[in-house]
Design a protein around this ligand. Structure first.
Ligand code: NCD
Length: 420
């Protein structure tokens, strides 16, 4: 197991054991944040941010500075050559010559995979449109571990904009990886998670999430943590245009929902009026601690990717924790993934980078097989194209894929909202 040279585009790019390794390393950095500048001397991090950011960019940059490395930053993508029409793939190739590691944030889904494919240095996805935000999940799982004393087997209610909230998508996979119980609580029916997230949970992780309707008047199922998110209005389109702003969550809301005093309150931040500041002083409110963990967690991820932490790790860091339990057999073990390109078809997601960047991004798909079930997903943004919708047998192979198939967006999964 080594993270050296690896990219993190999806939280699914990491195994459970690798995430635990990052956490043990992060605990070490959290205990001695100022004693690590010898590790990263001579290394350069490039942060390419085409979308606004406070926590993600600054915590990555703080983390690299604390490792003793240097940072090159494009804090506003409009200031880069992208505004002259340079493709993302070309930007990735150029920046690879200037830096040892790239962190990308971009408004287009699948953009981080394009950069990881083109770059010759590792790439970390700092948020690609409404798709994923894997290092936020590392911070979220680390926070759960610190607050609850363990990461495995926790019950977490995910509330708010679950359709466009990329932190929620990555966190759902992360919780599944650790045998967690996931309760989806969309603030509005139009803000339920996209079909591909539910399909990935089923197909890749063997997990069926539960549902709770926060507007139903029924109490929230008992949970270790309630993960709140803001409404992602900047990503709204036709189907979500009518979604309401959420009501402010305050003490009275939590009491009405029957949320226990011991339930940890988390939020990736920023908040946009949906979380009452009067809750900040409560012991259960973990969101500022969650943001602060961004530095040691990102120090750990980068140090392991750059291969500058392995030696110290091998000498016994964090050995006080029990050995990592094996990943459950259902997770990924029976999945076969075959990647293939098909120039005649396009990803069904209009917000995917492969539909935005013209010929610089080849249409590529992944055929996933779990037992007899086959699924095809976009290599970049994970949008699902069901094999039955393609009119091909469930056990087809990549070679048998029709040359020209008309792909349509999968019907959105209509969740049956369940009360506890
Ligand atoms: C989140 C993001 O950018 O996805 N912020 C973060 O990185 N902590 C959440 C959000 O913008 O709502």
């Amino acid at each position: 197991m080594t993270l050296k040279g690896r990219s993190i585009v999806s939280i699914g790019d990491l195994s459970r054991a690798e995430i635990e390794l990052i956490f043990r390393c992060a605990e070490r950095f959290a205990a001695q944040p100022r004693g690590q500048t010898h590790l990263g001397r001579g290394f350069q991090l490039a942060t390419l941010f085409f979308e606004p950011s406070t926590r993600t960019r600054l915590s990555f940059e703080s983390a690299m500075n604390r490792l003793g490395g240097a940072v090159l930053t494009v804090a506003d993508g409009a200031q880069s050559s992208a505004s002259k029409g340079e493709t993302l793939a070309d930007t990735a190739r150029i920046v690879s010559a200037y830096a040892d590691l790239i962190v990308l944030r971009h408004p287009t889904e699948g953009s981080a995979r394009v950069v990881a494919d083109a770059a010759t240095v590792p790439v970390i996805n700092g948020g690609d449109g409404a798709h994923e935000h894997p290092t936020q999940t590392l911070c979220d799982l680390y926070t759960l571990g610190q607050e609850c004393g363990k990461v495995e087997g926790l019950t977490v209610t995910l509330y708010g904009d679950l359709k466009y909230g990329r932190t929620v998508h990555s966190l759902a996979y992360g919780l599944a990886l650790f045998g967690g119980r996931i309760i989806f609580a969309p603030a509005d029916p139009a803000l339920a998670p996209p079909a591909y997230v539910l399909e990935q949970l089923r197909t890749v992780y063997g997990v069926e999430p539960e549902w709770w309707d926060p507007n139903s008047g029924t109490p929230m199922p008992t949970a270790d943590a309630l993960y709140l998110t803001r409404v992602q209005k900047e990503r709204f389109t036709g189907s979500t245009a009518g979604a309401r702003d959420y009501p402010r969550i305050d003490l009275a809301t939590l009491q009405r929902w029957g949320v226990a005093d011991s339930t940890i309150l988390m939020h990736p931040l920023p908040r946009a009026g949906e979380l009452d500041p009067n809750l900040d002083q409560e012991t259960r409110s973990a969101y500022f601690r969650q943001a602060a963990y961004g530095v040691p967690v990102r120090m750990a991820a980068m140090a392991l990717i750059l291969g500058i932490a392995e030696e110290e790790w091998a000498s016994g860091w964090g050995a006080r924790r029990s050995p990592v339990p094996a990943t459950p057999a259902t997770v990924g073990s029976t999945q076969q993934a075959i990647e293939f390109a098909n120039p005649d078809t396009c990803c069904p997601n209009p917000r995917c980078i492969s539909n935005r960047e013209g010929e610089s991004v080849t249409q590529q798909f992944v055929l996933m097989r779990l037992g007899l079930i086959s699924k095809v997903r976009c290599h970049y943004c994970d949008a699902i194209v069901r094999s039955d919708e393609l009119g091909v047998p469930a056990d087809y192979t990549a070679a048998q894929l029709p040359q020209s198939i008309s792909l349509q967006e999968s019907a959105l999964y209509q969740p049956a909202i369940l009360a506890d």
